[in-house]
Design a protein. Structure first.
Length: 256
């Protein structure tokens, strides 16, 4: 089985990295897909707060980043939530250890998952990442509609053209969740899967969460071939046109 390393990376804060990571890991758990999750956010530790089995690493210590590859030796799938302002740290680390040689030895692929929003800074971060990794990585852009459903800056950028046309990247949408539900999830430290079964949430709010999760999971299904090891990616996958996000049914997600 070819191994898979997913890093959720965009140096701009507030674009939804941790929220996406938390729900991607829940997607994997709900389907009993073997994986290891790594949290690098030393301020919020959102991923580890919702998924206690996630491992925390201090990326200020280069040796701790080695856990990405030692984890990949032990598991066919590793998911890494990269904290804000970490783009240069990871790109420098990949260059220092010649990460793609290690990935080749492990028979593994790298996918960079970059949430973007309506702001130019989030698009600039994608440009920097793609400019460093080029075609050695695969790319999944996540349109996070938490603050706006408009992505004109990204849509008209040379960065998007390069990701989609030159680097064969893909796009998906992270559907919108109401602010009060995001707040309630954070206050209770419950994942959406747990909250759907929790009577502390009203019946209608549990249905809202169920609908949101179905939309999110449907988006993930369209990119399984980029996100899962070879042996898992074909199970239940939905085919989609290159570079085109499928309609989510609702607007997008909260930031983290």
């Amino acid at each position: 089985m070819k191994r898979q390393l997913n890093i959720i990376l965009n140096g701009k804060g507030g674009v939804g990295k941790s929220f996406f990571a938390t729900n991607l890991v829940q997607y994997l758990k709900d389907r009993q897909i073997e994986h290891r999750a790594i949290d690098t956010d030393n301020e919020n530790s959102t991923l580890k707060r919702f998924h206690r089995e996630a491992e925390f690493i201090n990326i200020g210590n280069v040796q701790e980043i080695d856990l990405l590859f030692s984890s990949l030796e032990q598991s066919p799938l590793v998911v890494v939530d990269c904290r804000a302002a970490s783009t240069d740290i990871f790109l420098d680390y990949f260059a220092e250890v010649r990460a793609f040689e290690i990935l080749e030895m492990l028979d593994a692929s790298l996918t960079v998952i970059s949430p973007v929003n309506h702001e130019a800074d989030s698009v600039e971060q994608v440009k920097i990442i793609a400019g460093s990794l080029n075609d050695r990585s695969r790319y999944l852009i996540v349109r996070n509609q938490a603050h706006s459903e408009q992505f004109r800056i990204f849509e008209h950028s040379n960065t998007r053209s390069r990701i989609i046309d030159e680097l064969a990247g893909r796009e998906i949408v992270m559907p919108k969740l109401y602010d009060w539900l995001v707040t309630a999830l954070n206050e209770t430290n419950l994942t959406i899967t747990e909250a759907i079964k929790n009577s502390g949430f009203s019946l209608v709010d549990r249905q809202r969460l169920k609908n949101w999760q179905a939309n999110f999971n449907g988006q993930i299904d369209t990119a399984r071939d980029l996100l899962l090891p070879d042996g898992e990616s074909g199970k239940g996958a939905t085919r989609t046109k290159k570079g085109k996000a499928q309609p989510a049914g609702e607007p997008a997600t909260p930031s983290a």
